[in-house]
Design a binder for this molecule. Structure first.
Ligand code: BG6
Length: 504
């Protein structure tokens, strides 16, 4: 495998949670697989004064706890970590930082190549690139200069547009890497392979054979100590605008001409631009929001959202969203898409369910009113990653009784296959200069364009209900009414092949 060119990865916000839990453990995993370049350093930046040794010690505990590859923390990797403390809000202090960075570059021989990772609060996103550019650090004529921007990318359409404009004042689009960590997940990338490397699916993948599509991403934990952030965000901004619309795009996109950044990202943006806008007055019909309330889960008392740290006791912020929408294009005309996400639900699961059309005539039903379940293809993103196809089989014996059975594949069956973490894959791609799995500016704006009227309706019409749901349940019952007829959501279990409701 090709190794990235020598460089320094500079992390703004290095004393924060993301660096300690995700970024540095992922880098340590890359080191263990010998995927990092020979002359490489991580330079952590933050206001908290730390020596290199203290930073290394702190990161070492993060690696022990969170890296995917178990075993000792490699000393050779820890030696590649450096720390520099300054006030990143002050433009005047960037000269000192630049001098330090260039001296480190010379010392290790990283060739003037730098990646800047913004793992800071979003208010810093426009500022840091400006200060970097004032120091000439965004110019890529003598080495590569790349900028990774964490989510949330904007708070609504106007702020996302503004942020794109500001970043483009200092960096070129091809230097900007906007992270949506879902694209870094192995199983999300496998969606492309499932669809486009198998002849059997593609002919069926359209309005003629697919009845509806379900995308679910739920968690069995609450907001924990992120109450302050979540109050400003809510589930729609936190999960739907990015992760769930991205999964929808990968399910719905046309085959790309090539497997490269431009082709794939062109197809993603086309789906996002084809989402049928939900008019403000229709929002209550198409979008259900909920908030978890206190309850007992497996004999334990669980707090409600309003009792969480940093949350307003009268908060109306949604911790659950279920919605129905359409994609107005040739492939998907008339096919409903249902997406759902929530905190404090019975289990942590992300999956896509393709519901195929029922047979046109129900030959085997004793009672023609009882229609067999449709065929379903379940694409499991996490946990118990894999694929499951549900279809009817004859029950042995007299008559023609039909039973639903499963055909399944679990990644865990590939015993010697290592599933890299999302950050591992994404960091490596950025080092290699491959933006395929990062979001392009126009895609982020197209997603916000779809979400904005919902946010506005909620803001302007406080009478739109926020349904309470007891922690540990599948969200408000009203979410079931979104799905037409007598069909329901799939209520998944931790194990891909298990039936409905087993976690409750
Ligand atoms: C993040 C959200 O983007 O994704 C979190 O901010 C959420 O609220 C997380 O918990 C879920 O990611 P994963 O990889 O655990 O499914």
């Amino acid at each position: 495998m090709k190794k990235p060119d020598n460089h320094i990865l500079v992390i703004f916000g290095a004393s924060g949670d993301l660096t300690h839990r995700k970024l540095v453990p992922a880098l340590a995993d890359l080191h263990k697989q010998d995927l990092l370049p020979e002359k490489f350093a991580v330079l952590g930046l933050g206001r908290t004064p730390l020596t290199n040794e203290q930073f290394r010690e702190k990161m070492s505990t993060g690696i022990q706890e969170f890296s995917s590859k178990k075993g000792d923390v490699p000393n050779g990797f820890l030696k590649r970590l450096y720390y520099y403390s300054f006030n990143t809000k002050e433009g005047a202090e960037y000269k000192g930082f630049k001098d330090y960075l260039l001296a480190l570059d010379k010392e290790i021989g990283s060739g003037g190549n730098f990646i800047f990772y913004l793992a800071t609060p979003p208010s810093m996103y426009p500022l840091i690139p400006r200060f970097l550019s004032e120091q000439g650090l965004s110019r890529d004529d003598k080495g590569f200069r790349r900028l990774i921007v964490e989510k949330p990318f904007g708070h609504d359409l106007a702020s996302a547009r503004q942020l794109n404009r500001e970043l483009l004042n200092y960096f070129k689009e091809e230097q900007i890497y906007r992270i949506d960590h879902y694209l870094g997940k192995e199983t999300v990338q496998n969606l492309l392979v499932t669809r486009f490397s198998n002849g059997i699916y593609e002919p069926l993948w359209n309005r003629n054979y697919i009845h509806h599509v379900e995308v679910t991403s739920t968690e069995d934990i609450g907001v924990g100590n992120r109450g302050g952030y979540y109050e400003e965000s809510g589930a729609l901004r936190d999960m739907v605008q990015n992760h769930l619309l991205l999964l929808t795009s990968l399910v719905a996109m046309e085959p790309p001409a090539l497997i490269n950044a431009e082709s794939i990202r062109n197809e993603i943006v086309k789906v996002l631009q084809s989402l049928r806008p939900i008019p403000k007055e229709e929002v209550p019909r198409y979008v259900i929001r909920g908030q978890y309330i206190e309850s007992e889960v497996k004999g334990q008392h669980v707090k409600g959202y309003r009792q969480e740290k940093g949350v307003d006791p009268k908060s109306r912020v949604e911790t659950f969203v279920a919605m129905k929408f359409y994609i107005d294009n040739w492939r998907w005309a008339g096919v409903p898409f249902y997406i759902r996400t929530g905190k404090m639900l019975p289990t942590r699961v992300t999956e896509i369910v393709i519901h195929f059309q029922p047979t046109p005539h129900h030959l085997f039903a004793d009672d023609p009113a009882i229609i067999r379940q449709q065929n379903q293809l379940v694409i499991r993103i996490q946990p118990d990653e894999g694929l499951l196809l549900k279809f009817g089989m004859k029950v042995p014996g007299a008559g023609f009784r039909v039973q639903d059975v499963n055909m399944d594949f679990h990644y865990s069956d590939l015993s010697d296959t290592y599933l890299p973490s999302a950050y591992e894959r994404l960091l490596l791609d950025c080092m290699l200069g491959d933006p395929t799995l990062y979001s392009r500016g126009d895609a982020v704006e197209a997603a916000w364009n779809f979400i904005d009227p919902i946010l506005q309706a909620w803001k302007e019409e406080p009478c739109i209900k926020v349904h309470g749901y007891p922690a540990g349940t599948w969200g408000p019952e009203e979410a079931d009414e979104l799905i037409e007829g007598d069909m329901t959501w799939r209520y998944p279990c931790k194990n891909l092949s298990d039936g409905n409701y087993c976690e409750l």
